[in-house]
Every structure is written in C-alpha cells, then in structure tokens.
Design a protein around this ligand. Structure first.
Ligand code: SIN
Length: 485
C-alpha cells in the first residue's frame, strides 16, 4: 500500500487499550472500490465483544471526566499533531478504502484534524452560568458535566472527518467513546485509534470496534451504559437506532439523509454559480449528505446554465483516486451503481433528457459517468431521493415563490445552496428554506467552526462549533442556600 509508516494499517479492533480480534476468529474483507481487490480483513466482533468495549469506556470514564479541561485539551492537541504528522498516510488509507481522489482525501484529513483542534479549544469553554435568583437567601448556578459513555456510528463517505467530529467533541466534554465505523471503511478509524494511542490518550477513552452493523449497532443503541449515541447515515437506519435507543432514553444526534436544493436565480453571477455547483455536486463524487441533489434554475438562465454545466461535467476526469488529475473516483460499491442507473432510467422514461453522461463508465466496475439530466420534474423519483452519486439534475422555475416551494418539496432538510446578487432576496430565501444549513453564493458550507446538522427527516443535533460540544454535556442546576430566606 506504500505507506511511510505501515504500522498505521491496523487490522484488529482497539478495545480498552488492547488490539483485539474476534474470539470467534470471524473477520470481513475491506475492498478497494476502484479495483474490487481485497485490501485487508478486520474482525467481525460479536455482541458480547461490543459490550466489552462499552465496559472499557465505562471503566475509563471516572478518571477521564475528572481530568481538568486543560489536560483533556492537551491530549486532543497531541492527537491532532499525530494526525497531521501522518497526513499523507491517512489520506492514502482513505483513498484506498473509500475511493475518493487522493487530493480530496488530503482535504478530508485536514478537515477531520480541524475538529480535533477545534474541540481541544472548546474543551476549555464548557462554561456554566449564574442565574439571578428569585430568593434573597439562595444562589442559582449551572454546571456542565459530561453525558457519559458515548457511541459514534460513522459512515463510509467521510471515514476520517465523521469520526473526529464525534469523538473529539465527546472527549473534550469529558465523555469516553466507542466508535463503530462503516464496514466499507474501517481502516481509517483503526488508524485514528492507533494515533490516539500514540498521543497517549488513556486506555478505554477511545475504542474502535468493527463487525456486522446490525449486531454492533443494536448493542450500542440498547446498552444502558451508553448515554449518548451519535449517528451519521441513512434516515432509515437513523429511525431504527432511535427506536432501539428509546427504552434507555439516550441522548441522540442523528445526521441523516439530505436532498439539497441548489437554486440559481437569474440575477446570479453565473460563473460563480457554475463553480459552486461543481463543488457542491462533485465533492466526493456526489457521495455526501450535503451534496447538491437538485439544481433549480430560473427560466431566463436555464439553457445557458445547463449548457455550461454540461461542458464542465463532461470535462471531469474519472478514474482511480491515486491517478494524477482524477476528479471523480468510483462509487463505493456495485449496489450504488445499480441504484443510480435505475434512477436515471426511470427519469428518462418519464421525460428527462440526458445532456451528458448517463451511464456506467468505460472503466467498468464501480465507475459511473458524471451526468447531467435536464427537464427533471418534481414528480420523478430522482427529484425526491438522495442520489449519492455524480449525477446533476436540472429543473426550471419562474419566480421566488416557485423556487422556494420546489426547494422545500422534500422530506429532507439538511443543506441548501442558492446564488443571487440581491441582498433582500438572499435574506428572504435563506429564511424561507427548510433546512439546517444554507450556502448563499458558496458551494460548500462545512467547517469545524460552524454548526452542521439538519431538520425534518435529515435528523437533529448539531456537530462542530460550540453547539457540537453541548451535545455531549448535561446541565446541572445547583440551588445554593447562602443565608436566611
Ligand atoms: C456528510 O456527507 O455526511 C458530511 C459532509 C461534510 O461534513 O461536509
């Protein structure tokens, strides 16, 4: 695999400071989506082994939560340094198991490291407050205390950044964590555990387990010692985890599916809108919850936007992520290819036009042509569902009201983007859009310093920013008698 430090490639789980295999000897293969080749095998842990990881996190909790915020911040800073020192190797592992272009993988390492750095700072700012008391002889104070043992179930599309976004926040707050990465991309998570160990983070504070999603997910969602569950993934699985977590009343953060609209008003700077569209659509080959899913373009500029977008899409270089100049890697697996193929076929049968692309790439395997469909109607399934691939769809609108109605005609509410040069319109539209994040004249909103999260069927809770820390803290109110009432 050509790592500078081959010992970063771990193929055992990290539990209570030990590297462990499944007692059953069972494992599952990790496959390179660009070639179909097996890269490694990782343990398929059983439910009782997930419980051991939860117990390890519970044992580590009392000491970790008593550390000063400064000490916890120092551990996080060391982890951050380890990640940056191993930036290239981590990016290689990400590209190998996820398929994204190497330049994007490097970007993900920086983005993911940014969460560790950010929460090292936020650890110091878990402030409580004093509240004016209605009683003369009492004082009212609030404290912030860690929630307890946290579970982090992370997706394959950003295998590094989604783990640090959850675990760094948990650790900063004084919680301990058990992370379960997606089966497609466990190696990045295990490399992060190796670096946490090298950073001196005490045994049991971070644990990484791999194995069948239903078995481990159920254990994490139902175990009474897990007090908080943070999940990034599909709405279907989010609902299931929420139901499983209900009997033990866990705190939840659910970052689920998206169907981001990308609106282009006739007064937009079209060049800027085109650049923003390419970024919002093709980052990670469209395999992102915040990817632009539906391009809604005002009639006056519809044909021009479609023609120029088609040119840019047709010029994208598709290939294995390690090849120089590649901008779009493979899809994660054959199922994703089949789903996108079916969505396109159905839309075309209902009247959508293929402007460029439209099918599997000549490279074969999981490669798909970057595609533009125009004249997509809101009645089509491709308009309603999260595409999660390199396919842009265009629908025309007449005025602001129609644009807003079309944008909001989705059960999801994660991100939205729009381009206009009219300040009044910018505020009006931003306020009317039903979503958690809005990009105005930008094609990317994600950063560790801003709250990431959605509404409606995109879930709830916020990650990153000062709000991301709050998700791992409880408020304790103290009523202090200080004299005669
Ligand atoms: C996601 O797609 O799940 C996360 C993307 C991001 O953080 O920008």
């Amino acid at each position: 695999m050509n790592l500078n430090d081959p010992s970063l490639l771990r193929s055992r789980c990290y539990v209570g400071g030990h590297w462990v295999s499944a007692a059953s000897g069972k494992f599952f293969p990790v496959v390179n989506p660009a070639s179909g080749e097996e890269i490694a095998r990782v343990p398929a842990l059983a439910a009782d082994e997930a419980r051991q990881a939860i117990e390890a996190a519970a044992s580590a909790l009392p000491v970790w939560q008593k550390r000063t915020a400064e000490e916890r911040a120092e551990f996080l800073k060391r982890w951050h340094r380890q990640i940056l020192e191993n930036r290239e190797d981590l990016a290689r592992i990400v590209t190998l198991e996820n398929g994204k272009p190497f330049a994007e993988a490097l970007g993900e390492v920086d983005y993911g490291a940014g969460f560790v750095d950010w929460f090292a700072g936020e650890a110091l700012r878990a402030y409580g407050e004093t509240i004016p008391s209605p009683w003369p002889g009492r004082r009212i104070l609030t404290f912030k205390q860690p929630v307890g043992v946290c579970a982090a179930i992370t997706p394959w599309n950003f295998p590094l950044a989604m783990l640090t976004r959850k675990c760094a926040a948990a650790l900063a707050a004084g919680c301990t964590a058990v992370a379960k990465p997606a089966a497609e991309t466990p190696l990045t998570a295990l490399a992060l555990a190796e670096l946490a160990e090298r950073a001196g983070i005490p045994a049991g504070v971070v644990n990484v387990i791999t194995g069948p999603a239903e078995v481990l997910g159920t254990e994490l969602a139902t175990h009474p010692k897990v007090r908080k569950l943070s999940f990034t993934g599909s709405t279907r699985v989010g609902r299931l985890l929420m139901a499983q977590a209900a009997p033990t009343l866990k705190r939840l953060s659910l970052e689920l599916g998206g169907n981001a609209p990308f609106l282009v008003f006739a007064d937009a700077d079209l060049k800027a809108a085109l650049s923003g569209a390419m970024l919002a659509k093709f980052r990670n080959g469209g395999q992102s919850c915040v990817a632009a899913n539906r391009f809604l373009v005002q009639k006056e500029v519809y044909e021009e936007f479609a023609a120029e977008l088609a040119q840019r899409i047709a010029a994208l270089k598709v290939g294995p992520g390690f090849e120089a100049g590649v901008q779009v890697g493979p899809l994660i697996h054959a199922k994703a290819v089949a789903k996108i193929e079916a969505l396109i076929a159905e839309a075309v049968a209902q009247g959508a036009q293929v402007v460029t692309g439209g099918g599997r790439h000549l490279l074969g395997g999981n490669f798909f042509q970057p595609t533009l469909l125009k004249d997509v109607s809101p009645r089509m399934r491709i308009f309603a569902e999260e595409i999660f691939g390199p396919v842009a769809i265009l629908t025309a609108f007449t005025d602001d009201e129609e644009a807003i109605a079309l944008a909001n005609a989705s059960e999801y509410g994660l991100a939205a983007y729009f381009y206009t040069q009219d300040l009044k319109r910018a505020l009006r539209v931003a306020e009317a859009l039903e979503c958690g994040m809005v990009g105005v004249n930008v094609g990317r909103v994600s950063t560790p310093v801003a709250p990431f999260g959605g509404i409606k069927q995109s879930g709830f809770g916020r990650e990153g920013s000062k709000y991301g820390l709050e998700e791992y803290l409880e408020i304790k109110y103290l009523c202090l008698g200080v004299g005669e009432e």
